[in-house]
Design a protein around this ligand. Structure first.
Ligand SMILES: [Zn+2]
Length: 420
């Protein structure tokens, strides 16, 4: 691993290079400390320019499109054999990790660079795409970049405003981009051979099992709810415990019910991430309590059943405690399956690289979701270090794992046309 012979496929060559570039990109940040790179900020535009340069250096024809995606095209040996997209995103959450999204772009650039140095063309074109926006931080709308390439961009979003009051349309124009051209970014489905994405796992499963990689079977469906509990206010000193209708204690029971219920169902996860007592005071029994609920499952039926069970459980809590509970669904996204053929091709590559084949459901959404139904999608997860923590500066990955991911991607591309 320490020596670097001139052979392009040598072990250990990709990993340190990918990690060094991730470090370099992480220095382009909106914040003094840590990494923040939200859509169309100065740091975001500088990141795009750097990625474009690296793509060019790797032998690709590179450009920045109307929605800010960085696109590098490595032509195939024949012009009519179609295009395989290898992508992920370069925007981040606030105070982010260095590898979420970027790992997939940097791995793809490293592999194309390797092909280019070996003067090797594949029978199809490769488009490496760094998507400009996936996290939804600035305009509260995720997948702006990938939705455009998938031909699913919603033009109504152009009127949406960020926290400073600027519209998406205005932000694009200020960055020198043409909002009207976004509608033309959608790729023709007949030209696409597939979409593949390498991404950090963002969870602890691979770390726990001592495995470096896994193939994603599906991306979980998710439903989000706003829950409001209405009780009665009262003096904290004068109302006996038995006569209270405390909204916060009812909410606490709902939180525990969600935890118990999701723990008892395989593949189901549920999180109450926000609890507030509006205008709460230390000496007043809470009249109102507001909760968020996020539930996810690989199968939509499981998600549907969980929503019904949580609703019924909450109704029982409400009846017993004399409070009323309202549950409003705020968003829902169906689960998305990765294509069996792409999974089989990734399995072949993982096995040929000497790694145990493991499959995982992705609990987090990814750009791949946008390409479902348009082309075959496949995803490769890479072990997340440090307890599996992500969306945090503590996010980590080893050079060995990054290297392995690149070698698997390289093998996958080399066998793409011939493997089943
Ligand atoms: Zn990501």
């Amino acid at each position: 691993m320490t020596k670097s012979p001139p052979d392009h496929a040598d072990t250990g060559r990709f990993g340190p290079h990918i990690l060094a570039r991730a470090e370099q990109l992480a220095r382009l940040s909106e914040s003094e400390a840590g990494l923040t790179c939200t859509y169309l900020s100065a740091a975001h535009r500088a990141t795009a320019a750097q990625l474009r340069e690296w793509m060019r250096d790797a032998g690709m024809v590179s450009s920045i499109d109307a929605v800010g995606n960085v696109v590098g095209r490595y032509a195939g040996s024949t012009s009519a054999a179609g295009t395989l997209i290898v992508g992920s995103h370069y925007d981040t959450v606030r105070n982010a990790g260095k590898y979420d999204g970027r790992l997939g772009i940097l791995t793809a650039i490293a592999v194309v660079d390797d092909l280019n140095r070996a003067r090797r063309r594949l029978p199809f074109a490769i488009e490496v795409i760094g998507f400009s926006e996936e996290e939804g931080v600035r305009f509260s709308s995720a997948y702006l970049g990938s939705s455009a390439v998938a031909g699913r961009f919603d033009p109504a979003l152009l009127r949406r405003r960020d926290e400073a009051g600027e519209t998406l349309d205005g932000a694009l124009r200020a960055a020198g981009l043409d909002p009207a051209a976004i509608a033309r970014l959608g790729r023709a489905a007949h030209d696409l051979l597939g979409y593949v994405e390498v991404h950090i796992e963002q969870g602890p499963v691979l770390l726990d099992e001592g495995l470096p990689l896994s193939i994603v079977t599906s991306i979980a469906g998710a439903a989000r709810y706003a829950i409001t509990v209405h009780g009665s206010a009262g003096h904290a000193g004068t109302v006996p415990m038995a006569l209270r209708r405390d909204a916060a204690t009812a909410a606490a029971e709902i939180v525990l019910f969600v935890e118990r219920h999701c723990a008892a169902t395989a593949g189901l996860v549920g999180t109450v991430g926000k609890i507030t007592v509006p205008e709460g005071t230390v000496n007043v029994i809470p009249k109102l309590c507001e909760l968020s609920l996020d539930i996810r499952a690989a199968e939509d039926e499981v998600l549907q059943a969980a929503a019904a069970d949580i609703s019924a459980g909450s109704a029982q809590i409400a009846a017993r405690r004399g409070v009323t509970i309202e549950i409003h669904e705020t968003s829902r996204s169906p689960s998305v399956s990765c294509s069996p053929q792409m999974q089989a091709k990734l399995e072949g590559a993982v096995a040929r690289c000497g790694v145990q084949v493991r499959h995982l459901v992705s609990g987090a959404g990814h750009d791949a979701v946008m390409f479902h139904g348009i082309t075959e999608i496949g995803m490769l997860f890479v072990r997340c270090g440090n307890g599996g923590i992500s969306h945090s500066p503590l996010e980590s990955i080893s050079a060995e794992d990054a290297d392995l991911a690149a070698r698997v991607l390289r093998d996958f591309l080399l066998h793409f046309s011939t493997s089943p």
